[in-house]
Design a protein. Structure first.
Lengths: 1225, 340
């Protein structure tokens, strides 16, 4: 064994490199090699499962960290200066002392890095030492090992509720169908269970899996970070290949649920697992202000060089003017006096050292500190906390807080962002007949009412529904009312507290059947029972509702907790379950102020509590009990990947079509008659965004027909319609389609989400033919997705329409108010949605994105030529409209509605210029049916063309592109998982939080930071100018009139705290006023640069005057000078006069401006001084005065100043006026 | 109950600090505060300005240039650098009594004691009387660090000490053709802290032994321990003239205290009359086109004569009042339109 042979080692390393880089990896079981040396291990080239996220090692910390720190230009600058100080001919200070500031800065940063790295090390260690079960050949069983011991090629067993330690290819589960459920909330936050299936045909025979018998080769692709994609096949000894995909992969970090145990083969371990590849820490974005700041710093450098040049030239001329060698001129060590030119050359560098304070060494550190402080306050804000999900706002990008105050365009997703993404079944249309579900609408309206009015409504309920709903029984007796009310509140609590099961709130689960439809169903049922051969469209419709989905049925008894919400509190009894906690910690260590999790309370007491007081659930049986049916009320939960599906299943349930269970091969449905039907599932054609539909192919248990149920968006279904539903209805088919289409349009206008349902009976022959092509597609390794999709399209033809549904996606609380406020703040809100045009427009009106008096331009065209001409004419008209002076105050705001097809044309190279021109004149833009790519394209276009700050807000995976394209991406943590949140810079839980985040925190962060930077530059410039002007009095010899300690530590110790405190704590206007008067948002914008320049040049002038003053009586050479000065009355007189001289012009200017044209900020400050009630009245009046629609974007409306109430609107304002005049002078 | 608390573990604290509701004071630059404030400040400033000006005016200053540039100047002869050990006599008359105590300054102009490398060219260790620095002076003293024939250390080293002002003056009052010497008091003209703390002679007696193995600065006629031949206690580093010189001036035009006139008949000041000043003219100023002068002045609480500050106060005070009037007009015009 040439283990020690270096050459062999190198060869081995090279082989390993090649093996790792290979596109395909061949993995074999480790078991036959167990106990052999490392050299003999077949999978030795692949990394083990231990992870290391630390950046440094103990030994190399200092050099590596220094190397890292010197990537920052400022650090190099200061080290260069310190080195310059060691050159004797130019040194201005004690060189050793000059080293101190840069050393302090470097070591502070190093300490911070070291601490962070140590935390990472600790969490790594904890993760690596978590227990797991690995099969051992010696012990003939799974033995407990640590995570870090798992290697590629091992067999790992994961028990229920355990976390998977590495990426496992699923080989065996306790489930006899080979299914395993996992929860991926640690990875993407999605809480619904996902199914994983064992690789077929590997170990089906034995009930117990025997790892030692595994002698196949697993061939898989190179590791990548795509969580939803995996390609692999297993080569059996007989050369038979079995394909496997993501459906057979258990990802590291997932939790096994509803399955006793699962055994998998480790394909990727450690850093090669998909979860680790996805874990790339905090994102670094540079804010606009920071980019501007860099320009300022460069300006400072130029200024510094100019000053040094002036100094050097001045020194040269001063020396030239001397007639001889004066006694004060110090010769060099040779006794010779340097020539004027050489001396002034040296002087240039001395000046740089002297005036180095101009470039603030601590500015960057201070800004970082300020931002940490600002983020602390943002995350601490209780108004941005959501009780329902118990989540605060998360700040993922640490350095763009002030950009929140600069936003000009907001791009918003609709579903889940503006709306709850909680789907409620509202209406349906079956065979062209509409069933409006009025009773259900009433119920929803009742639930909508605020809690305080509940009782009134319940007692007032004048006529209860005739039958079927539990409410009438309760309304009849006061006791019942009370009880119901109580339970409602409990339900509400359950909903609010984000009860442990998805979609359990009564809002979503309860559906009151439409009376007419119920009648139809029962009629249909009776006819069925008489002649069982014929299906009825009503039954088919509801079967489609119940079957055509991917909903997983789980029992309430096996209910699981929402792990990602309370990882530590709910699960700390299981050490493995700390994973999620650790994972988040490891990835977000940079977040200094991450929300703390309280672990102090006792789990035991909580568990107990839970057991005795389970979350109240709606009694599903209520609906049926009155109809004499019994349904076990043990709480069956439907878990769906999209909330629409769950809503539909609940709707079917309301009519008695209850989805009892779903396995990959069968669906069990109970009919209203009590009959239980088990449908054999032949195939599931899953949803994809190209087809926009999904289908389920089942074999009907009675008729034995192959039936294809398809549901999908109306436009993707309508063109596939073929055969009429039944022969005897053939004449009606046309009208059914037309009627359904009409109903669909009506639904869309109401803002409902629509879906069409169809049925198709596939003949056995057709099925067999299709099945063969399907099988080959499934087995394909290359282009499998495309092939599978093609086969799906093959089957989905000639469908017969059953009906359509309308599902309501309820608007989130506070959305219209937020949009209005944002618009008043001068922010343009655009909504980009995948929904239908009508739905989108309706929601647009509902959330006040569009107003009734708006001029809505609807752009929807089929081809590019039409599109171009429409665009041109619209643009022309809009321009004319805007330029017409008569229209300045009367023009309604223009809103643009575009559909995705048109948008694609508008975004093309030759049209986008004109499109942007048009869009910028519109107050709001609504784009529907856009793809994720178009969303991000839109954001990029506006951002680049208009050079504005953009913000994108969304909640789903389809918004990720857009969120990443915008200057600020905001993720809403809602129902759709965490992809958007993971990609975002800030994560909020409700759309309404955006209002305070932007209007208050954005404004504050921006003004604070901008003022702090101005402050910083001002103090440095003032200080440096003092030194600079003094050079005119000392022959430009780089003399410091101040002690060098004062100069060197000026930034670091003496003057760093005030700007930092200012940057964190300053509050120019209170939050209430900022929220009340959104226009103030704009006042923070744009002023930055001008003020910067005025301040910079002003400080030069001011310091010149001050120096002139000082020269009349100052002495230098420090010893006892201060004490002498302090004893001299002149010193105080000069201090006083200097202060007054410095402040006189500023105060005068402010008074003048406040009298002539007070800035909104000043007015807002006046408002702030009033007591709360008066303030409210004034804010209202201010807003009222500005008027609802009359505000023009070009200028800020002139609000009634508190000093000068111009429009007393109502008599009760008179009183306020009197109070207000009290501070009028 | 327990449960409900646990539900909201992430809930931020609702305190004034975390919710940023801490009480804040925000000065409002409103006209109501600024205008009266400025009027008051203006009035106060005018008062102070007048007081300063009156004080400053009451200070009597007699300033005489003796550079000797002009041919008719008595010191013209001495201004030639080639002439050694030159003395000249300056005649001047005093119209009225300069009230005592009278301070006698010498002044230099265009003399850059604030030249950076000049300012650091000294060894505070030596000047503190630390003998170890006598052997190895501070390297900033270069090129006045080692000197003499065999490169011995210079004590006191450095440029400042080397360039010490060495003109001496004797003042006489001419009474009826007779010259009556005015006694000059050279004690306590340096800062107390300099004399007692910062500068010390080595604790070696006699003092000259401490200077064994060292050489005097090249420009000096005598070593440090012989600076004042008349008063043995006024030698070494605590020589008053030396102390005054070592306290470098901040600006190129400066005056330094030479003596005080506090004794005898002149305790009440310099009476009106004719005076003559005998100058031993040693210090060359032609190399930097400088000027030399002597100044007789009395002082007040605000130090020497300084009209600038008084004028500045007056100007700023007036400006404050003018601005407040302007502000008032603007304010009235914009806040109370002609409706009433």
């Amino acid at each position: 064994m040439a283990w020690w042979n270096p050459l062999a080692q190198i060869r081995d390393a090279l082989t390993g490199q090649r093996v790792r880089e290979n596109d395909l990896r061949r993995l074999v079981s480790n078991l036959p090699y167990e106990g052999l040396g490392k050299k003999k291990q077949p999978n030795r080239h692949f990394p083990g499962n231990s992870i290391k996220t630390t950046k440094y090692t103990l030994l190399f910390f200092i050099p590596l960290n220094l190397f890292e720190q010197f990537h920052r230009l400022a650090n190099i600058y200061f080290v260069g200066l310190a080195i310059l100080n060691f050159v004797p001919v130019v040194n201005a200070f004690e060189p050793e002392v000059a080293l101190i500031p840069i050393c302090v800065i470097l070591s502070l940063t190093a300490l911070k890095d070291a601490w962070e790295d140590f935390r990472r090390y600790q969490s790594d260690k904890k993760l690596n030492n978590m227990p797991c079960f690995i099969y051992s050949r010696k012990d003939k069983q799974f033995v407990e090992r640590r995570w870090k011991d798992a290697r590629v090629g091992d067999f790992v067993k994961a028990l229920c509720n355990e976390i998977v330690p590495a990426d496992l290819l699923l080989l065996h589960t306790s489930d006899r169908n080979g299914m395993c459920h996992i929860e991926t909330s640690n990875l993407d936050g999605e809480t619904n269970l996902k199914e994983r299936k064992v690789v077929p045909g590997l170990c089906v025979t034995e009930p117990d899996f025997e790892p030692e018998s595994f002698n196949s080769v697993v061939v898989c692709e190179k590791p990548n970070s795509n969580l939803n994609y995996f390609k692999c096949y297993v080569e059996k000894p007989n050369e038979e290949k079995v394909g496997a995909g993501i459906g057979s992969l258990l990802l590291r970090g997932c939790t096994v649920r509803n399955t006793d145990h699962a055994v998998g083969f480790v394909v990727y371990a450690g850093h090669e697992t998909k979860s680790m590849l996805n874990n790339n820490g905090t994102r670094y974005k540079r804010s606009k202000l920071e980019r501007k700041l860099n320009v300022d710093v460069i300006f400072c450098v130029i200024l510094l060089l100019a000053m040094c040049l002036v100094g050097a030239l001045g020194h040269f001329f001063w020396r030239q003017a001397l007639p001889g060698v004066p006694p004060y001129l110090v010769p060099n060590s040779n006794g010779q006096v340097d020539s004027p030119s050489l001396s002034s050359f040296y002087m240039f560098f001395s000046m740089i050292i002297l005036l180095q304070v101009l470039i603030p060494i601590s500015l960057y550190v201070s800004i970082e500190l300020v931002k940490i402080g600002q983020i602390f306050f943002i995350t601490q804000d209780i108004d941005l906390y959501d009780e329902e999900t118990d989540s605060r706002i998360q700040c993922k990008a640490l350095n763009i807080t002030e950009d929140l105050g600069q936003i000009e365009y907001i791009f918003s997703d609709k579903t889940g962002t503006l709306t709850e993404n909680k789907m409620v079944f509202r209406r349906c249309s079956i065979m062209g007949t509409e069933y409006p579900h009025k009773e259900n609408a009433i119920r929803l309206a009742v639930i909508d009412e605020p809690e305080s009015e509940e009782e009134v409504i319940y007692t007032q309920q004048p006529q209860s529904p005739q039958h079927g709903w539990s409410l009438d029984a309760e309304a009849s007796s006061p006791e019942g009312t009370h009880r119901h009310h109580g339970s409602r509140q409990k339900n509400k609590f359950a909903g609010n507290a984000q009860s442990n099961v998805a979609f359990s709130s009564p809002l979503e689960t309860e559906v009151i059947p439409d009376r007419k439809l119920l009648g139809q169903v029962s009629v249909a049922e009776s006819t069925i029972s008489s002649s069982s051969q014929k299906m009825d469209p009503y039954l088919d419709f509801f079967l489609a509702l119940a079957i055509c989905n991917t909903v997983v049925v789980s029992m309430a008894t096996a209910r699981r907790q929402r792990t990602h919400k309370y990882p530590s509190s709910f699960q700390s009894t299981n050490p493995l379950d700390n994973f999620s906690n650790l994972l988040t910690k490891a990835s977000s260590l940079r977040k200094v102020f991450a929300p703390k999790r309280d672990r102090s309370f006792s789990d035991a007491s909580f568990k107990e509590d839970d057991r005795f007081n389970p979350f109240p659930k709606v009694d599903d049986s209520g609906v049926f009990s009155s109809r004499g049916q019994t349904v076990e009320s043990n709480g069956r939960n439907y878990e769906a990947e999209s909330p629409d599906e769950a809503a539909l299943v609940y709707a079917a349930k309301a009519y008695g079509f209850i989805l009892l269970s779903r396995t990959p091969d069968s669906v069990t449905v109970r009919l209203p008659s009590g009959q239980v039907l088990v449908f054999e599932v032949l195939d599931t054609l899953t949803f994809d965004s190209n087809r926009k539909r999904m289908s389920v192919l089942v074999r009907h248990p009675i008729t034995k027909e192959c039936v294809l149920y398809t549901k999908g968006a109306d436009y993707s279904i309508m063109e596939l319609l073929g055969a009429p539903y039944a022969e005897h209805l053939s004449g009606n088919q046309k009208t059914v389609v037309a009627d359904t289409q009409y109903h669909l349009d009506c639904y869309a206008k109401e803002g409902l989400r629509t879906l069409c349902f169809t049925k198709k009976v596939v003949s056995a022959q057709d099925y067999n033919v299709w099945s063969v092509s399907r099988q080959s597609a499934m087995a394909a390794i290359d282009g499998r997705e495309q092939l599978i999709m093609d086969t799906a399209v093959q089957l989905e033809t000639n469908l017969s329409l059953l009906g359509a549904t309308g599902i309501e996606d309820r608007l989130q609380e506070g959305v219209p108010d937020t949009i209005l406020a944002l618009r008043e703040a001068g922010i343009k809100v655009w909504v980009l949605t995948g929904d239908k045009l009508e739905t989108a427009v309706n929601i647009g009106y509902a959330c006040r994105l569009l107003e009734d008096e708006d001029l809505v331009i609807n752009m929807s065209c089929k081809n590019k030529l039409v599109c171009t001409s429409i665009l041109d004419s619209t643009l022309e008209e809009v321009r004319r409209y805007g330029n017409d002076p008569r229209n300045v105050d009367t023009t309604p705001d223009i809103s643009l509605v575009i559909d995705g097809h048109t948008l694609a044309m508008l975004l093309s190279k030759d049209l986008h210029g004109r499109f942007v021109d048009l869009a910028k004149r519109c107050r709001s833009v609504l784009c529907c049916r856009v793809t994720p790519l178009q969303k991000s394209g839109m954001v990029k276009l506006i951002r680049e063309k208009l050079k504005v700050m953009t913000l994108a807000v969304g909640d789903g995976a389809n918004d990720v592109n857009m969120i990443q394209a915008a200057d600020i991406g905001i993720g809403i943590s809602g129902q759709e998982g965490m992809q958007a949140v993971m990609a975002s810079d800030f994560a909020i839980s409700r759309f309404k939080h955006l209002k305070k985040l932007l209007l208050v925190h954005g404004h504050w962060c921006y003004t604070r930071l901008a003022n702090m930077i101005i402050y910083f530059f001002f103090k440095n410039l003032a200080n440096v100018n003092l030194l600079f002007w003094y050079q005119f009095f000392c022959g430009f010899t780089a003399t410091a009139m101040l002690d060098y300690w004062l100069l060197i530590f000026f930034n670091l110790f003496f003057t760093s705290a005030p700007p930092i405190m200012f940057g964190i704590m300053d509050r120019d206007v209170s939050a209430e006023v900022l929220l009340g008067v959104p226009e103030l948002y704009r006042t923070g914008q744009g002023a930055g640069t001008v003020v910067h320049w005025i301040i910079m040049l002003g400080s030069v002038a001011v310091s010149f005057i001050l120096t002139l003053l000082y020269t009349s009586c100052i002495t230098c050479n420090s010893y006892w000078t201060l004490q002498k000065q302090l004893a001299d009355p002149i010193f105080y007189l000069i201090c006083i006069i200097t202060t007054v001289v410095a402040l006189l012009p500023r105060y005068t200017f402010h008074v003048m401006r406040n009298s002539i044209a007070p800035s909104p900020i000043v007015q807002a400050r006046h408002l702030d001084r009033l007591d709360a009630s008066t303030k409210e009245v004034w804010i209202k009046e201010w807003r009222g005065y500005r008027g609802a629609g009359a505000v023009k974007r070009s200028k800020l409306s002139d609000p009634p100043s508190p000093n000068n109430p111009r429009t007393p609107t109502s008599p009760d304002n008179l009183e306020n006026e009197i109070t207000l005049t009290s501070f009028k002078i | 109950m327990v449960k409900e608390e646990n539900e909201l573990v992430n809930r931020p604290d609702n305190t004034a600090f975390t919710q940023q509701r801490l009480p804040a004071w925000q000065p409002m630059l409103s006209a109501g505060i600024i205008i009266p404030g400025f009027v008051l400040i203006g009035l106060a400033f005018i008062g102070i300005g007048v007081a300063l000006l009156i004080t400053s005016r009451s200070i009597q200053v007699l300033e005489l240039d003796y550079t000797g540039e002009d041919q008719d100047s008595p010191c013209f002869r001495c201004s030639d650098p080639a002439v050694r050990n030159c003395t000249c006599t300056l005649q001047f008359s005093n119209d009225r009594l300069i009230e005592g105590p009278v301070f006698f300054y010498y002044g230099l102009s265009n003399y850059f004691q604030n030249y950076r490398r000049y300012g650091v060219s000294r060894d505070d260790g030596q000047l503190y009387g630390d003998l170890s620095y006598f052997k190895e002076p501070y390297d900033q003293c270069e090129p006045y660090r080692f000197g003499g024939g065999n490169n011995q250390p210079i004590v006191p080293c450095g440029s400042i000490a080397n360039s010490m002002f060495n003109d001496t003056f004797r003042l006489f009052q001419n009474i009826n053709g007779q010259r009556r010497e005015v006694p000059l008091d050279g004690k306590g003209i340096a800062w107390w802290t300099d004399y007692n703390i910062k500068f010390r002679n080595p604790t070696v007696t006699p003092l000259r032994d401490a200077f064994n193995g060292t050489v005097k600065p090249p420009f000096w006629p005598r070593p440090a321990y012989e600076l004042d031949t008349s008063d043995p206690a006024n030698n070494g580093f605590i020589n008053q003239d030396f102390l005054v010189w070592m306290r470098t001036a901040a600006l190129p035009d400066f005056r330094k205290l030479y003596r005080r006139i506090t004794e005898g008949d002149y305790a009440n000041g310099l009476p009106a009359g004719n005076y003559s000043l005998d100058i031993s003219y040693n210090y060359p100023v032609m190399s930097f086109s400088g000027r030399k002068r002597v100044v007789f002045s009395n002082v007040s609480w605000m130090g020497g004569k300084n009209e600038f500050l008084g004028i500045a106060y007056l100007v700023i005070g007036t400006l404050c009042i003018v601005m407040s009037v302007v502000m008032l007009i603007v304010y009235a015009k914009f806040k109370f339109p002609e409706e009433e």
